[in-house]
Ligand binder design. Sequence first.
Ligand code: FEO
Length: 513
Amino acid sequence: MSAIKIASEVYWVGVQDPQLKLFDTIMELTNGTSYNAYLIKGEKHTAVIDTVKATFAGEYLDNLAEVIDLQQIEYLVVQHAEPDHAGSIEMLLDMVPGLTIVTNYTAYTFIKNIVNREFKVKFVAHDDELDLGGKKLRFIGAPLLHWPETFYSCLEAEAILFSSDTFGSHFSDDRLFSDLIGTDFLPDFKYYYDMILGHFKKYLWNALKRINALDLKMICPSHGPIFRDDLDHFIDLYHTWTFKPKTEEKPRIVIAYASAYGYTERIKNAVKTGLESEGQFIVADYDLTRVASAEILAAVNDCAGLLIGSPTINKDAVKSVWDLLGSLSPVDTNGIIASAFGSYGWSGEAVPNIIQRMRMLRMRIMPGLRIQFNPAPEQLEQARQFGIDFAKAVSSADENLEEVLAYQRQVNPLNPFSFNAGNYRRKYENEDIIVYWNPEQCTHDTNCFVSLPKVFAPEKTPWVNVNGDSAESIMKTIDACPSGALKYDIKPGASVPPGLKKGPGWIGYYENK
Ligand code: FEO
């Protein structure tokens, strides 16, 4: 399909992939997809927004060449480094070696490892502008939609938003515009939201606020139809899906269990009694062998705590438990308080195996409970107490939980985890606190900028503002940094409460332990 003019001096230069049946190995497609890329000709400079999947590089370069001499392209804006959009950067660099890639630092670290060569780069942050002469692009931070580096670009005078994967659909159609296509793509629009964006609702919240402040005439996503008509309708759909009203007054704790001979179920009943005695939670229990997995997954979504019960059979948890654990995403379960319990006969691997998987899912772990065979009255009391302790852990009793970094060593074994100050390349400080950051060690777990957005703002430069909150709050957040990429030290004479306990985020924690 050829390049298409979509506005004055703005062109769609992407490719259609109508035959694709499986995207990213996870999404089954019925209508293929497109990899949308755009070219903007200013009076002085020309910029391209994104590339396409590598297998379509030839068609992409042909489309670009239809509307411009490739040597006149000065900027390539990379809004997202996933290879369906960044896969042809290498081929574009082959053709235009002097090209400047406009992106943020996080994307840069990804692109380097995709193209494996040096290139010119211009770093941009939220609200920065790129003046093309008569046309100006303003960049809008949209981290975690759906990768850490993602951002949008807005052609302000023309009111066109290039929205990366947000508002995308896997739907291939040469008519290109939603108003020409009709409503056929709407199921794919929702499916795309559920599979790609829906895990990141808290980040969409911020992005939609930023989008609402723009008076847009066109939204150009990176997949599927472009929107130039009835934009409010599509933005409203995103609002509806993202801001689900809370229907429960109390936080929810989910117990999902399977029981072979009723022993694990008896433990579950005692645990539930303990949880309910604390009175702060809605406790919902599900027999994994009887309740549909979709119902259980919906209950786990947004829960504050998750307990899984399983007997040990053949030295492992049972299949229904693994089916549940295999369906959970570390994105959705990040930070959930979790533990496991179960009856066993002679070896008892189910509980530690479940807990190991929970660690991989970025849950915060309370040690589990195993009882051999049929629980005696005193063991049922132990199970009831386990429920009480778990309720307290969910209510911020951190002392009941495993230390964050202890399990991160297992979660990310490739990370060298050198905690010496010299290993931390970046330093941010005020009179109270020094914050250290090692970008190579960072796994973008998002805990920091979810907890303290005034201090940690990845779309800004510098991304750490040590004056954004108190030293104590910063310490608490960094203590929970799962990768150890962030550390802190307290300066002599700092105005923090005397005797303030320094946790695992302290740069000297392990040396002084
Ligand atoms: Fe369409 Fe996240 O790549």
